[in-house]
Ligand binder design. Structure first.
Ligand code: HEC
Length: 131
């Protein structure tokens, strides 16, 4: 019985530790995860030749959201962020005929910033393109 109690104690510590790590995720990271989920949904519409709706809310927080480390928001970050937000407006203003082109251009602005500041998700971001 003692062993089981010990095991349960260890397990609850592991649980508390992992949830603490999740909570310490940076605001920029959280925003990025929402953006990635939105882009995947938008892609499904684009594949069906539909214009994606209702996405791109609060994305301007990209300019101010705190990153997990200062290095991730270097000298050119704001330029890339503005490039991304400008293309987002073009995508929102697109017609059903031009939506795919503007969507693909938007996915490229994700990759462009990531090449400099966060290379990890690049292969996933490239897959957002619709041929
Ligand atoms: C202006 C630069 C920039 C743009 C544009 C950008 N990202 Fe990011 N992204 C970052 C940085 C920097 C991080 C790391 C955040 C951190 O560690 O706090 C990041 C992190 C991520 C992550 C990992 C989140 C995590 O913690 O697991 C994903 C996924 C992601 N971005 C997707 C996207 C998508 C999708 C787009 C386009 C819709 C995009 N990003 C556009 C800079 C950018």
């Amino acid at each position: 019985m003692k062993r089981i109690a010990l095991l349960l104690t260890i397990l609850s510590f592991v649980f508390i530790a992992t949830s603490a790590i999740k909570q310490s995720e940076s605001p920029l990271s959280k925003l990025m995860k929402t953006m990635a989920a939105d882009m995947k949904k938008a892609r499904l519409d684009i594949v069906k030749n539909k214009k994606p709706k209702g996405f791109g809310k609060h994305y301007d927080r990209i300019k101010t959201a705190a990153p997990s480390s200062e290095a991730k928001k270097g000298e050119h970050f704001q330029e890339y962020a503005i490039g991304f937000l400008t293309q987002l407006e073009r995508m929102k203003a697109s017609s059903p005929e031009t939506a795919k082109t503007e969507y693909n251009a938007l996915a490229k602005t994700c990759v462009r910033c990531h090449e400099t500041y966060c290379p990890g998700p690049i292969s996933m971001l490239r897959k957002l393109q619709v041929p």
